[in-house]
Design a protein around this ligand. Structure first.
Ligand SMILES: [Ca+2]
Length: 248
């Protein structure tokens, strides 16, 4: 294991970044789940099966009462850093548009915090895993804090998976993604899952006509995987050259 990188896949008890609860609301708690055990069935991000694990809150376990408030969890404490990249994946299903997942970098651990989020995402996001990354600079010990702000939902799911902490390696600068380097700028293919989730279930996330059309188009093409190609790698249909450097 590379000691400069912490990977939190949640697949084993020691791979959960040692998150502890800071605040709770009603019966809603942050837990490690398998996708088959939650009120909305999802495949995890690491191994992409219903048996894979992720971290999050399942609002559907609240007994049918509207859930109102904010619940937060904090990771273990990390040492001061001049630049550490934190990347994670999230999936948000079934919550109201005014509800949100929040991210804080907590730097002043011994004192009452000003919980102004560093990043938020609001409302239902569909049956997909999205990624986010944040560069942490701190002259004190620091923690990753996730919060869920709920305003009356009785069901829904907020899931986090594959948190990667690259110690003392700042995040790459925001840039255009020309695919000339080895990484794919966190783009990834939406592959078929190894456990069957019916197409109707996956489409059932939204009744909005526009959302249905978009999801429909994407799902119809998920048997093919996207990958990065040089024109030399093409088979029958291939571009003669790439756009960035004009070569193959
Ligand atoms: Ca996982």
């Amino acid at each position: 294991m590379d000691l400069n990188i912490l990977d939190c896949t949640f697949e084993h008890p020691d791979q959960r970044c040692k998150f502890d609860t800071l605040t709770t609301i009603q019966n809603i708690k942050w837990n490690t789940y398998t996708g088959s055990s939650t009120s909305i069935k999802i495949a995890d991000h690491t191994i992409k099966t219903l048996g894979g694990k992720f971290f999050g809150i399942d609002i559907g376990t609240g007994g049918g009462k509207p859930v109102v408030g904010e619940t937060r969890v904090a990771s273990e404490q990390f040492n001061a850093t001049k630049g550490t990249c934190v990347t994670f994946w999230y999936q948000i299903r079934g919550i109201k548009q005014e509800e949100m997942l929040t991210l804080f970098i907590r730097r002043d651990i011994d004192h009452k915090d000003n919980y102004r989020p560093d990043w938020i995402v609001t409302g239902e996001q569909g049956p997909f895993w999205y990624s986010h990354r944040i560069n942490v600079v701190s002259d004190k010990k620091w923690q990753i804090v996730f919060g869920a702000v709920l305003k009356g939902s009785v069901s829904g799911l907020i899931a986090i998976d594959d948190i990667r902490v690259e110690f003392n390696k700042p995040c790459p600068q925001p840039r255009r993604c020309d695919f000339e380097r080895e990484d794919t700028c966190l783009w990834e293919s939406i592959g078929p899952t190894k456990n069957e989730i019916s197409r109707d279930q996956r489409l059932g996330w939204s009744k909005k006509p526009i959302g249905m059309n978009v999801i429909n188009n994407i799902l119809q093409n998920t048997e093919l995987s996207w990958t990065v190609h040089s024109p030399w790698h093409g088979a029958v249909y291939k571009p003669m050259s790439d756009h960035t450097i004009g070569k193959n």
